[in-house]
Design a protein. Structure first.
Ligand code: SF4
Length: 306
């Protein structure tokens, strides 16, 4: 259940939701859609096992057996008027250009859809796709590229079998932003071998590269992932709620206020979570982070000197 504190996170954090409300004068909701894409780290192009934290069953809305229009109608908040089509599952820029364009066009054809959020790997974004996203932006759509970075440490990326590097992320984020496409970086806190220093360093590198928004979430160990086996063998551990909230709060405090936070923590899909058990619900982590920010200072309160 929400507490009063959970409602006040945006007193201390510049949230994505607030920025959309300021811009459009009302709430704008994301609708998760599946375009039935796959992933090069699963189909054999880069690898077959996937990232060690990933379980395809944990993607909301996948696999899609329904048309995009049906998904839009089913997944929308009935009380809302404006939406962003969110292609989240797998690698949503990983298909033939014509297939991607048809998919994005179809989502944007709905009059209530004002834009597009495309989630993908940093090594799967061609110039052609960037050109398409740039064109949507020029037509007045709200366009976001969500890049799964997770960590800026190549040794961590290798350990979790991401099969891309931090340099891939930098190249794509810079190319996208040069075209006016806004970039949201996904960062996971608590990856194997990482601590506070790694999270703050990744944050600093992402900010130095240039980012418009961030999504933070704690490492979830989910059923069916390689990490589930590592966890059960005792090779990796999950952060406590207090440890995660402390790191996330410090990251927020070190983030300038012009960078939006789309997420500061996450909950796992019901039935998928192995650890940490506190991640079964969304609000405890938001409340814990909000309490620290209220006590010690909010977003930007510890921004580095140039
Ligand atoms: S997290 Fe993304 S890139 Fe990694 S295996 Fe899963 S779908 Fe592929």
């Amino acid at each position: 259940m929400k507490s009063a504190d959970s409602l006040s996170l945006n007193r201390f954090v510049h949230t994505f939701g607030d920025s959309l409300r300021e811009k459009y004068g009302e709430n704008v909701y994301k609708i998760s859609l599946s375009g039935n894409f796959t992933c090069p780290n699963r189909d054999g192009t880069l690898g077959r096992g996937g990232c060690t934290f990933c379980s395809v069953a944990s993607f909301a809305g996948s696999p899609a057996r329904k048309s995009l229009r049906e998904q839009l109608l089913e997944n929308r908040n009935p009380r809302a008027r404006l939406f962003l089509a969110y292609f989240q599952a797998y690698t949503s820029t990983y298909a033939e250009f014509a297939v991607l364009k048809k998919c994005y066009d179809e989502a944007l054809a709905s009059p209530e859809v004002i834009g597009l959020c495309v989630g993908t790997r940093p090594d799967c974004v061609s110039d052609e796709i960037l050109g398409l996203l740039e064109d949507y932006g020029k037509q007045g759509f709200e366009v976001w590229l969500e890049l799964g970075l997770q960590s800026s440490f190549d040794e961590t990326l290798e350990r979790i079998n991401r099969r891309h590097t931090f340099a891939d992320y930098v190249r794509t984020a810079v190319r996208a932003r040069e075209r006016g496409i806004r970039v949201c970086a996904h960062i996971i806190v608590g990856l194997p071998g990482e601590g506070l220093m790694h999270s703050l360093t990744t944050l600093g590198r992402v900010l130095d590269t240039g980012a418009d928004a961030l999504k933070l979430h704690q490492l979830h160990i989910v059923r069916g992932s390689q990490m589930e086996r590592e966890y059960r063998r005792g090779e990796i551990a999950a952060l406590s709620l207090e440890e995660y909230a402390r790191i996330a709060a410090l990251m927020i405090q070190h983030t300038p206020e012009n960078v939006l936070y789309e997420r500061v923590g996450a909950s796992a899909l019901s039935g998928m979570l192995v650890a940490p058990d506190w991640a079964a619900k969304r609000w405890p982590v938001i409340n814990a982070i909000t309490a620290i920010l209220a006590r010690e200072g909010g977003q930007g309160s510890r921004v580095r000197c140039a």
